[in-house]
Design a protein around this ligand. Structure first.
Ligand SMILES: [Zn+2]
Length: 89
């Protein structure tokens, strides 16, 4: 849960304004993390899914399809590089 920057009351995640005092919330910019909640392997696809607010399964299917069409190895190497770069939440 997020908290109002002005009155400290709990807000729904992603609220732009506080329901109680009406203060505009300066939302933290979205960061790309490896997801710990939506992970099958290292959470890379789950992280993209959370970042883009998409179904992680859709991301994984797309990633696997792209990996196959690119000859598998580039996709696997890219996945490992992303896993190294992206911090874990
Ligand atoms: Zn408030």
């Amino acid at each position: 849960m997020a908290q109002c920057v002005s009155c400290g009351r709990e807000l729904a995640e992603g609220s732009l304004y506080c329901n109680t005092c009406g203060a505009a919330q300066n939302l933290p910019y979205r960061k790309l993390y490896r997801s710990t909640a939506q992970r099958q392997l290292l959470g890379v696809c789950g992280g993209f899914a959370e970042y883009w607010e998409l179904d992680p399964t859709v991301i994984r299917v797309l990633y696997v399809v792209l990996t196959f069409f690119s000859g598998i190895l580039p996709g696997v190497v890219l996945y490992l590089i992303l896993a190294l770069i992206m911090p874990k939440r």
